[in-house]
Design a protein around this ligand. Sequence first.
Ligand SMILES: Cc1ncc(COP(=O)(O)O)c(C=O)c1O
Length: 402
Amino acid sequence: MALNTEFTAAFEGAIAQLKHDGVYKRLNYLESPQAARVHMEGRGEVLILSSNNYLGLSNEPSVVQAGIEGLHAFGAGTGSVRFICGTFTVHRELEAALARFVGTPAALSYVSCWNANEGLTATIAEEGDFVVSDALNHASIIDSIRLAKAITKCTTAVYKHGDLDALREKLAANARARRRVIWTDGVFSMEGSIAKLPELLQIARDTNSILVVDDSHSTGVLGATGRGTAEHFGVVGEVDVITSTLGKALGGAAGGFVAGGTALCDMLTQRSRPQLFSNALPPTVAASALASVQYLEAHPERVERLRENAQYFRRAITEAGFNPLPGETPIVPIIIGETAHAIRMSEMLLDEGIFVTGFGFPVVPQGTARLRCQISAAHTKDDLDYAVRAISGVARRVGLQK
Ligand SMILES: Cc1ncc(COP(=O)(O)O)c(C=O)c1O
């Protein structure tokens, strides 16, 4: 039987339009492990300035070795969802390590933080509850809240990014809700800015609301020992619920988790749909993630190196005449302005052997297109100097700098 040609043609047309509009995402294939410098198919050695491998643990020998040993000990996969027969002892070990690391009584792992977030809101909210979200929260939080609204009929709202008065107003307008939940990113990924956690905690306490923080860009990054946004502000143990990823600083493979009270994690095991209807984190990945946490506990100096590298790059790129968004995180967005310039610069930089993604409208507001640089502890000062020189050279060629 013939395929539906109309269906195929519709997607061919849509893809052609994306290419015409200059917003088509081309995939670049790597032939070597994720690291400061990688081998990119067809291009050779490339310096990566757009990876979430913040601590360089993706290729850390003990982390890789733990995955190999996990493969031998537990095999290639879980073969089932968690509650049927897909739970392995390495999951328990990983979850205990994650809870210890972020400072909560318990943690529950998922195949991604996307899944962790997705399953959370509908488990903790029900009809008559109110969920409020920062306007710049990650897509997984947005979708989690949309899904919770559809499933539970809870009430939802969005407050202007970082606007605590707007948040207070929304909470006050929903004072009769049975439970009120505030969702925020710990670090906002497009801006590199940090949530005002102490103030958010105060609002949560004043209004008897639950604070949920997605620490995906903070775990392993913020705080003297990488324990995240709460450590950065000296409030470890005070956030009601933390979610985070294993796919960034903690080895960069895949996986995510919810950390909070023991009964909450138990209830997520009972009720959260990605737990109930999707296979668990592969044991090899759990073993690598566990080794990443253990590595980080033994080597907090990695976090310090990340911080030094980020400060060094911020200073150097500013001295070179650019205007990065101010901040303390290793996400350093260099504002270029026009979307076409940012995308063109990103392509030209790849020709120079530097992989850094350009983001434009509508991902970021009109006129604030940017090169989002992400710094890693794995970068050397030479890498960072090379990147600054190359970005300056390309900016001159597109007429943005003299
Ligand atoms: C804030 C935030 N939350 C969640 C995710 C999803 O993480 P994962 O890759 O584990 O699904 C990301 C990844 O980009 C993120 O930046």
